[in-house]
Design a protein around this ligand. Structure first.
Ligand code: MEV
Length: 313
């Protein structure tokens, strides 16, 4: 007997970091997934085989967080490792890197595999809640956007409920899927550290931070509308504006800025950091297969592993 599950990778189109403070954000699942197989064994504790592809160093850097995360998911789902043992095998084609929701996808896949192995009958909402507990292992105060996109798929408009009640989750469907390029800086950043640094900056100068958030609120409001009406030039401009705001809160760096510039110079309608930043990935909006290929080639030729994907499927 073995239980199986999977979770989507994700990319944040608008609003990483700002989403932590209860401001709306937009994320999209990507086609690549992490898969998990859970097998019950005699004994106690768990054995982990982590066969996920990675950018070099990712898994080692996240290993301690991963242990807490797995414990959180199992506890939340009522699995007592003092009474039973599990073999957990992670795989799938999602390449683990900061910014693609690798941690969220692994939490969702684990929760689904446990659900399957023990016939718990949990629906997506409960799986999402379990994955959220897992995400806390990677950073203490996740907004919940990553596990939500990873669980439900599609394009997700998300507002974190700061009072602890249910988050706002709305699915958006553009007229047709839109090509996107994701490219890796090769650097792995700690979400806990970067989110913590941004919080410190906010606390040091609340007025300044509020101003940046106000600018961002205009971006997300217009960005959502432009996506729904397929005004892609405008979506790109707003992604560029979002990148500027991420620079202001210090989550970009020279490598990421150069990647963003390269993507734009090669015709991307917009490009920005996605996810935690200070490493991880950028995304570039590249409607049409031809433009997508051009930007993909420019980034890979410059030594950045890249992926072609579609949003809004
Ligand atoms: C990380 O993918 C996104 C952040 O906004 C953190 C979070 O939302 O929990 C940086």
């Amino acid at each position: 007997m073995a239980g199986m599950g999977s979770g989507y990778g994700k990319t944040i189109l608008f609003g990483e970091h700002f989403v932590v403070y209860g401001v709306p954000a937009l994320a999209s699942a990507i086609g690549d997934t992490t898969t998990c197989i859970v097998e019950s064994k005699d004994g106690t504790g768990y054995e982990l085989n982590d066969d996920r592809p990675e950018v070099p160093g990712y898994k080692e850097k996240k290993f301690d967080d991963q242990k807490i995360s797995i414990k959180n998911v199992l506890n939340f789902m009522g699995v007592n490792l003092n009474e039973k043992a599990l073999k957990i095998t992670l795989g799938g084609e999602l390449v683990c890197a900061s910014g693609v929701g690798a941690s969220a996808a692994s939490c969702v896949s684990l929760a689904r595999a446990v659900n399957d192995e023990f016939n718990l009958g949990w629906d997506d909402e409960k799986i999402n809640a379990a994955a959220y507990e897992g995400e806390k292992g990677y950073h203490g105060t996740p907004s919940g956007i990553d596990n939500t996109a990873s669980t439900f798929g599609g394009l997700v408009y998300f507002i974190r409920n700061l009072e602890g009640g249910p988050n706002t989750i709305e699915t958006i469907k553009p007229e047709k899927p839109i090509e996107l390029v994701i490219a890796s800086s090769g650097m792995t950043a700690s979400t806990t550290v970067v989110v913590g640094d941004v919080r410190k900056k906010k606390e040091e100068d609340p007025e300044w931070f509020e101003g940046v958030v106000k600018d961002y609120e205009k971006v997300i409001k217009e960005g959502r509308k432009a996506l729904e009406t397929m005004e892609l030039e405008r979506v790109g401009q707003l992604m560029n504006k979002n990148h500027e705001l991420l620079q202001q809160i210090t989550v970009s760096n020279d490598v990421l800025d150069n990647m963003v510039k390269l993507a734009r110079d090669n015709g991307a309608l917009g490009a920005k950091v996605t996810g935690t930043g200070r490493g991880g990935n950028i995304i570039a909006l590249t409607p049409g297969a031809e433009l997508q290929d051009k930007v993909y080639n420019a980034l890979t030729d410059a030594g950045h592993p890249a992926w072609k994907t579609l949003i809004g499927i």
